[in-house]
Write a protein that binds this ligand. Structure first.
Ligand code: AMP
Ligand code: ZN
Length: 466
């Protein structure tokens, strides 16, 4: 069976290949940088990373865009509350997010783009919508008239027919029960950041940013659009309405939505206050790859119930895999090849691929690897195993690790990886720019404790190991 994904649009599993047969044009909704990401957010980003890596393992190239939402209702409220500009407020959280990504070994998409650097594209799109009769103005703000787009509701599978009588919402987030004409451009409010543009002095709504940036970098029709399940409505529904009204073409062929990470039955969210950041877990002594393993191990369309026991089990699983790899590498085996062991490796490889091809069934893929580990350990114990078999086993482990990426231990205590140091240095520069000297000093002290010295020069900050 070939690669297939569950498409939220059709509500079916569908065979996947990119439009041009080669490069997957993919858009992933990125973070809103008003806080540190919590591990619920990071579950969605880990899913996107596994998706990227499996697409590549399937022989495709990638052209992947991820946005950084650096203007929205929540950010404006928070920045104003602290008397900061948007840029001062978001720079620190953006740097922290990129650092968390690096720590969790999440690949950086080909384009990571900020909303505030694409205001021109958003204004242009709103003007095009206006020219086609999809917008109207009220009190200086511009709204999308959903009654003009009969397919509204096709992604969230709701019939909104009865409730669209020109009522409007100005907020970025709202429920299905509250489907209304949504805001594209908000009139400036006193004291709030704004952009003076041909459609007025104001700021964009949240939804228009993704339509504008997706189509700028990837064209009218994406192969895959991915995000967390809570974005399906209204955010993605609105993206479709905005984009398809202008182009007349399908906006995305596949819509993939990741289920939530929950804690004791509730969604982990910043507003509920029941969240852990990656930093919280690292401070408890957890290795980053343990978190990565846990987040990746539950198939993305299932809810992931986060527990400390789950983290412990993830650490144990990684330990077993590393011991297995070490045994394959270092034990002395007979100079020949055992036919049954060769057969076992080939079958496990095929079954691993089948599981991943089946809508990224990571739990199934891990099951295959652990069954292979058990059977292979028994074969090694029984002497029914040769050097070539060890090589075959290592090839399977490397296929596994190109996707799961947990076998290499993260260097700790004085051995921070170069990437991690560079990310912290970048975060410190951003913190200083945002005049958050307490955080900047904290980073310098923490690096110092780990044997890294910083030197501020006129060409920027240099670092070296003591
Ligand atoms: P935000 O930074 O709030 O814009 O969210 C970033 C991403 O995290 C989005 O794709 C959300 O759908 C996703 N997300 C938010 N909460 C959770 C959660 N508890 N579990 C998984 N994903 C989440
Ligand atoms: Zn988006």
């Amino acid at each position: 069976m070939a690669l297939r994904f569950y498409n939220s649009l059709s509500q079916h599993l569908e065979p996947f290949s990119p439009q041009d047969g080669r490069t997957v044009r993919m858009y992933c909704c990125g973070p809103t940088v008003y806080h540190y990401a919590h591990i619920g957010n990071l579950r969605t980003f880990t899913f996107q990373d596994i998706l990227r890596r499996w697409l590549r393992s399937s022989g495709f190239a990638l052209d992947n865009v991820m946005n950084i939402t650096d203007v929205d209702d929540k950010i404006i409220r928070a920045a104003m509350g602290q008397g900061k500009t948007l840029q001062e407020y978001t720079a620190e959280y953006e740097a922290a997010f990129l650092e968390d990504m690096a720590t969790l070994r999440l690949e950086r998409p080909e384009h990571v783009v900020r909303a505030t650097e694409h205001i021109g594209e958003m204004v242009e799109l709103i003007q095009q919508l206006g020219a086609k009769g999809f917008t109207y103005e009220s009190d200086g703000s511009t709204y999308y008239r959903i009654a003009r787009f009969p397919e509204y509701g096709k992604l969230s599978h709701n019939d909104f027919g009865g409730m669209i009588a020109g009522a409007r919402v100005d907020v970025d987030e709202y429920d299905k029960d509250d489907a209304r004409d949504f805001v594209l451009w908000k009139q400036k409010k006193e004291g709030e950041p704004s952009w003076d543009t041909p459609i007025g002095d104001g700021r964009p709504g949240w939804h228009i940013e993704c339509s504008a940036m997706a189509m700028k970098y990837l064209g009218s029709t994406l192969d895959i659009h991915a995000g967390g399940i809570d974005l399906q409505f209204p955010h993605h529904e609105n993206e479709i309405a905005q984009s398809e009204a202008v182009t007349g073409k399908p906006f995305a062929r596949f819509w993939l939505h990741a289920e939530h990470l929950i804690v004791e039955g509730q969604k982990m969210s910043k507003s509920l206050g029941n969240f852990y950041t990656l930093r919280d877990l690292l401070a408890l002594g957890c290795a980053p790859e343990t978190v990565r393993y846990l987040l990746a191990s539950v198939p993305y369309r299932n809810k992931l119930n986060f527990t400390m026991e789950g983290l412990k089990a993830a650490a144990t699983a990684i330990e077993r895999l590393r011991n297995f790899e070490l045994r394959l590498r270092s034990e002395r085996f007979a100079e020949d090849k055992n036919a049954a062991a060769t057969e076992r490796a080939a079958a496990a490889t095929a079954r691993f691929r089948e599981a991943m091809d089946d809508d990224l069934n990571t739990a199934g893929a891990l099951g295959v690897i652990f069954e292979f580990l058990r059977d292979t350990n028994s074969a090694m114990d029984a002497g029914q195993f040769g050097i070539e078999n060890a090589h075959e086993g290592l090839v399977l482990l490397s296929l596994f690790d190109r996707v799961f990426d947990v076998l290499r231990p993260t260097a700790t205590a004085g051995g921070l990886s170069d990437d991690a140091v560079a990310a912290l240095v970048a975060e410190r520069v951003a913190a200083k720019k945002a005049r958050n000297f307490a955080r900047a000093d904290e980073i310098r002290a923490s690096l110092d404790a780990q044997g890294i010295v910083l030197e501020d020069t006129k060409d920027g900050t240099r670092w070296k190991r003591k």
